[in-house]
Design a protein around this ligand. Sequence first.
Ligand code: NAD
Ligand code: MG
Length: 382
Amino acid sequence: MKNIVILGSTGSIGENALAVCRNLPGRFKIAGLSANSRVDILSRQIKEFRPWFVSVNNKEAGLELKSKIGTFTKVFIGDQGLELMLEDKRINAVLLAISGSACLLPLLKAIDKGKEIALANKEALVMAGPMIMRKALEKKIRIIPIDSEQSAIWQCLDGRDKQELKNIYLTASGGPFRELNRIEFKGISVKDTLRHPRWQMGRKITVDSATLMNKGLEILEAMYLFNVPVEKIKVLVHPEAIIHSMVEFIDGVVMAQLSVTDMRIPIQYALTYPKRLSGEAGRVDFYKLRRMNFDKPDLKKFPCLGLAYLAAKEKGTVPAVLNAGNEISVDEFLKGNLKFINIPKVIEKVISRHKKIRDPNLEQILRADNWARQEAHRIINK
Ligand code: NAD
Ligand code: MG
């Protein structure tokens, strides 16, 4: 039995991860959970899985949860709870499904403590990829990706020598606005944006999927996870979202990973690797599907993708600045304070004003992140 901790358990990935564990009884002990504030969901999860501990970021939510549940589960409030959970020697694996940059420090801590890592979050890798991968190598631990594209690439590579790799094809559904023309982009509302054609996800990543920044972040994620130069990472629009990514080898062979769009598939594989177990997700029906389509992404309609390529070439603190500028812009867009078409404009301005540090340490990354957030706010409030 593996003792696992799920960080970000109340979110879309967190709930799917618990569904995977529920469906594989006797394999995993849900030893710890963490979330920002959703007391209702957390109490339900605690009742079902009886974890040893739960960490709640928000103070009021933590106090409310304490008053609601019995004494079996220990409730921690704030960062301290996370630290204590990750330090516990009984914990074997940590699944990280916290959204955004808030995942970076817990991830570094989990690696430091030598835990097996199942990583859904992409923003942490974008901010500090080289440092994360270096630390994982030092600690001799594996980071198994959950993001469906990275899981696909990882499965296609299957531990092969990087010398054999020619290109990575990162597939993208194209989001809800693939077929709009550029003029129609001006009228895009929050409601239109939150309606993704293929995936059910948290709000932030759903907006990122509509701007294609999600694919941009995934370029950076793949570059660091697989140690591949950005020139070898091609984005391929594939609206059916059945192929989750492909790897082309030097002999001309292309390997692809296909499945229905259900995050329980990559989550389960990350948890049971190297075994494949039967799961509850649906199957691809090729007779119904009949054909698949491919296209080039339109960088004019989706400038976020170009900005991510730029950040991937620049490296250093630029990806962290791109990510922070994006997080603030998406947040302000969701609050109704920024237009959809202005999201890339804000990010571009923030990047253009940034003084890059080439090989940053953690403190410099966090400082760049903080600066970019303030700068984005300044630009938006003008
Ligand atoms: P979500 O918004 O549904 O859930 C986020 C979770 O993080 C919640 O449990 C929330 O309480 C927790 N959280 C947020 N801020 C926190 C903080 N400061 N401290 C502690 N907990 C905090 O998001 P999601 O869609 O589940 O995505 C999670 C991560 O996985 C993101 O990085 C996303 O890019 C990545 N991802 C998601 C999907 C998907 O299908 N949803 C697919 C691929 C990758
Ligand atoms: Mg993805």
